[in-house]
Design a binder for this molecule. Structure first.
Ligand code: HEC
Length: 141
């Protein structure tokens, strides 16, 4: 069995390299790198972004914001792959990068909507860590 583990690791790495270019985008990578620098500056113990935590930010109900809008999914739909709807019924395209490669490539758009939506749902701005976690999750979807 000893020799099998490295093979699995190698296969996973190769799969990762093959899968990566589909979602890779220099503008998006720069946005994530910016949040990483901010997160490191805010917390010397910063240990990287987590897609699992990002999923929780997206899916979980939160308190502190507008009670009738407890979750990102309230507008963006239950999964990152489907369309959402604004409160006025306007369609929102999917948030997953695999479904919508234009997502998270304009730093001003990303900043504007994080500010607005985090305030609506959480009643505060999201931290750089939360923003990076969210983006890491959406880039894995
Ligand atoms: C009240 C409705 C609503 C809620 C709730 C909401 N969003 Fe959004 N969000 C929008 C709309 C509308 C847009 C802009 C339209 C678009 O990008 O398709 C948007 C865009 C975004 C963008 C920019 C996407 C891009 O392509 O750059 C991010 C990031 C985002 N939302 C994150 C979140 C997060 C994180 C939450 C939960 C904390 C959340 N949103 C909750 C309505 C909402």
């Amino acid at each position: 069995m000893k020799h099998i583990t490295p093979l699995i690791v190698a296969a996973a790495l190769i799969a990762g390299f093959i899968a990566a270019p589909a979602a890779a985008n220099p503008a998006r990578d720069a946005i994530v790198a910016g949040f990483k620098a901010e997160a490191q500056a805010a917390d010397s113990g910063f240990a990287g972004f987590s897609a699992d935590r990002g999923r929780a930010i997206f899916e979980n109900p939160h308190t502190g914001g507008e009670p009738e809008i407890p979750s990102c999914t309230t507008c963006h739909g239950k999964t990152p792959f489907g369309s959402g709807e604004t409160r006025t019924g306007k369609k929102i395209d999917p948030m997953a990068v695999s479904k919508n490669p234009e997502r998270y490539t304009d730093p001003e758009k990303v900043a504007k909507w994080f500010r607005r939506n985090c305030n609506t749902v959480l009643g505060r701005e999201c931290t750089p860590q939360e923003k990076g976690d969210y983006l890491t999750f959406m880039m894995s979807q």
